[in-house]
Write a protein that binds this ligand. Structure first.
Ligand SMILES: [Zn+2]
Length: 396
């Protein structure tokens, strides 16, 4: 990059849908906004600007439309990537959907002296929901500096640790609903799993969570991203995968039928990422259905119709895999309850009633009752398929 004595903004005029919407970037990013950016970043108000067409390219911009709602500011030998929020904040994350793209362009550029910023444009809709606040914190953690934070949003602090992200999620979210696009789960000391959906707006959540987690990961941390999807798009966008590869501390596993079939053939207790993903979708964050324990290290995916029994049937391998990974054939249980359920010390009826083995001593039965805080399973768990699986468990 050439040495610049005077700050210069170089900005692509066309956004992805400008031809359709008639909205071009030079009408959104006014001189006043650029002055604000220049002053807040550099303390200067005198600058040059160039709005350029799709065919323009240099070492920071490709010959295409404006990816990532970016302005590139160059001054002396430093380049500043500035990403602008969307003018609409209607959908769950529509205000910041360009953020991962902006981050990818910044991160994958080889130039050393670079900085990353975010600017809030005036927007319609509420960009201060707890969901947005969570996303801003992820952005800050990943490396964004905020140029102007609206007073409705307040202070944006980065997360201190991966556990800190998990805690914030738990404190904000409804653990019983499977509405999250991305789940971040601690499975053991220094072991984390990210279940990330990759289609539609979900890929933005997944990318941002991964970037923040990667930034916070220590040497001893072991992190796996499971990409999953029930639709056709199987992977994160190529640029996001390239970023994760360059970050180098998250292993990426695409949930795949063939691997799961092999697992099923070789093992009687299937440790299936797909089964986990479906339970997360159906039941939300890991929490024991019998005692509400939410410590994810202790909570496991319990099969209702056991894998060993499924394997004894004459169904095809495909069908067996469908049963073994069906979200309705599973419940979250803490280790104690999982073991009690599998050892028939505790029973579940088709109506969700809980009972205990009649051979238990009084002391043991009292203990079992004392750790089982639920009198019955939640009624939303009692579906026709649940009844069917319970029936198969005890009568097949
Ligand atoms: Zn439990």
């Amino acid at each position: 990059m050439q040495y610049r004595n005077k700050p210069i903004f170089i900005i692509k005029k066309n956004m992805q849908k400008s031809v359709l919407t008639g909205v071009y970037f030079d009408s959104l990013i006014t001189n006043e906004i650029l002055t604000d950016c220049c002053f807040k970043i550099l303390g200067l108000t005198d600058f040059d600007k160039q709005f350029v067409d799709n065919n323009y390219s240099d070492e920071f911009l490709d010959a295409t439309y404006n990816h990532g709602r970016l302005a590139i500011l160059q001054y002396h030998d430093i380049v500043y990537y500035i990403s602008f929020s969307d003018e609409r904040c209607e959908g769950r994350n529509s205000g910041i959907q360009s953020v991962p793209t902006a981050f990818n362009r910044y991160y994958l550029n080889q130039y050393k002296e670079k900085r990353l910023y975010f600017y809030f444009l005036p927007c319609s809709g509420n960009n201060a929901t707890s969901y947005y606040q969570f996303m801003y914190r992820l952005m800050k953690t990943a490396g964004f500096e905020f140029i102007n934070i609206p007073y409705t949003i307040g202070c944006i602090n980065s997360f201190n640790s991966i556990d800190d992200i998990i805690r914030a999620r738990k404190e904000n979210g409804d653990k019983n609903s499977g509405n999250n696009a991305t789940y971040l789960i601690k499975t053991d000391s220094h072991k984390y799993e990210i279940f990330g959906k990759t289609y539609g707006a979900n890929k933005y959540d997944t990318s941002l969570i991964c970037y923040a987690v990667s930034k916070l990961a220590g040497k001893e941390d072991c992190i796996t991203l499971y990409e999953y999807n029930e639709k056709d798009l199987k992977e994160l966008p190529e640029a996001s995968l390239n970023v994760l590869q360059k970050m180098g501390n998250i292993s990426i596993i695409n949930i795949d039928d063939e691997i799961e079939k092999q697992e099923l053939e070789e093992n009687d207790s299937l440790r299936s990422p797909r089964f986990n993903a479906r339970l997360l979708d159906r039941l939300g964050e890991k929490h024991c259905v019998l005692c509400d324990c939410g410590m994810s290290e202790l909570v496991q995916a319990a099969h209702i119709w056991p894998v060993a029994d499924i394997k004894k049937t004459s169904f095809s391998l495909e069908n067996k895999l469908d049963f073994a990974t069906d979200g309705e054939n599973g419940l979250w249980m803490c280790q104690n309850h999982h073991k009690m359920f599998d050892s028939n010390l505790l029973f579940l009826s088709e109506n969700g009633e809980i009972s205990y083995c009649s051979d238990l001593s009084e002391t043991d039965e009292n203990y079992a009752k004392s750790i089982t805080t639920k009198m019955m399973l939640d009624t939303k768990l009692i579906t026709p398929k649940f009844r069917e699986y319970i029936h198969k468990r005890y009568n097949a």
